[in-house]
Design a protein around this ligand. Sequence first.
Ligand SMILES: Nc1ncnc2c1ncn2[C@@H]1O[C@H](COP(=O)(O)OP(=O)(O)OP(=O)(O)O)[C@@H](O)[C@H]1O
Length: 350
Amino acid sequence: MSFFSNLFRDIAIDLGTANTLIYIRNEGVVLNEPSIVARERNSGKVVAIGNEALLMHERTHPGIITIRPLANGVIADYEATEELIKGLIKKTRSRFSLGIRRMVIGIPSGITEVEKRAVHDAAEHIGAKEIYLVSEPIAAAIGIGLEFNEARGNMIVDIGGGTTDIAVISLGGIASGESLRVAGTDITNSIIRHFRKTYNMSIGERTVEEIKMQIGSAYKLDTEMTMTVKAVNIKSGLPEAMKVDSVTIREAIATPIGQIITSIKKTLEMLVVKPELSVDILDRGIFLAGGGALIKGIDKKIYEETKLAVHITDDPLTAVARGTGEILENIEKYRPVLHSSKRYALRIPG
Ligand SMILES: Nc1ncnc2c1ncn2[C@@H]1O[C@H](COP(=O)(O)OP(=O)(O)OP(=O)(O)O)[C@@H](O)[C@H]1O
């Protein structure tokens, strides 16, 4: 690599609905922050990105609005997405650089060409010279160290914030799968609705995150749990502390969990025409990645419904980012699984 090319940085991004992770070549995953941008309401000026913007999220401040630029895994607010990527990359700057050379970005497997183009254009606008997009389940498979290129099939289920990517991967491609726009955000919304309908209480997104992490479950727990949360009584407008239990929360989130499991079963059923792959999955089981893999008992629930072994990958929240990073480090090896845009690629010596 020449001195000149060393002055550019190579970056991989898991641009998520809930969180964005950045991997820098030769450094690893260096940043994991919420995908949130805070702006001044009148001027539109960006005042905070990521963690700092999360602190402002849902706090009533007349002069500031917070935005989640992605919804269901795709760009919902183009300008804010650019600001988000730019701002987060800026936070990672550890040495002088002239800009970004290569950028590998994970995208949900089911997104349209127009949605792909929007991600590509956002990367291009922030100055990336070579842009590669990779389907998130393939990145997750690479991130967890599965042989993505072998003929035998592996089933990955990546339950993120906005999408659940279900894919059977064989010979470096997706042999069968679905990108379901039901994931963590829908689980959050089910809990919010439950509080509103059952208790007439309004509850904040961050409190719901705590509920999900502490007592959220998809399957009967050995010891059921309770926790005390603060919510606002819609009638009186006053905040109140109240107790919730894991059984009630499990019932409240049963619909999105059921939808995810139905899609897994549908993907398995579609393999009826590829029986060899079905047998591979019977032998190897299902690999779970993404934040949703951390819902207590999700593995047991999927096992109960499919009778297949379910493995929760190590550190499921970083699987896609680690995979995009591995691709970045070995771009030639992984070229067949990348969607690149030669039209815009600019040659840099090196
Ligand atoms: N311990 C946990 N228990 C339950 N849910 C969790 C836990 N940790 C994270 N989550 C959920 O995981 C989701 C975020 O997962 P992840 O970071 O993989 O998504 P993302 O990559 O941002 O989304 P997408 O891939 O859909 O764009 C959030 O909805 C969050 O609430």
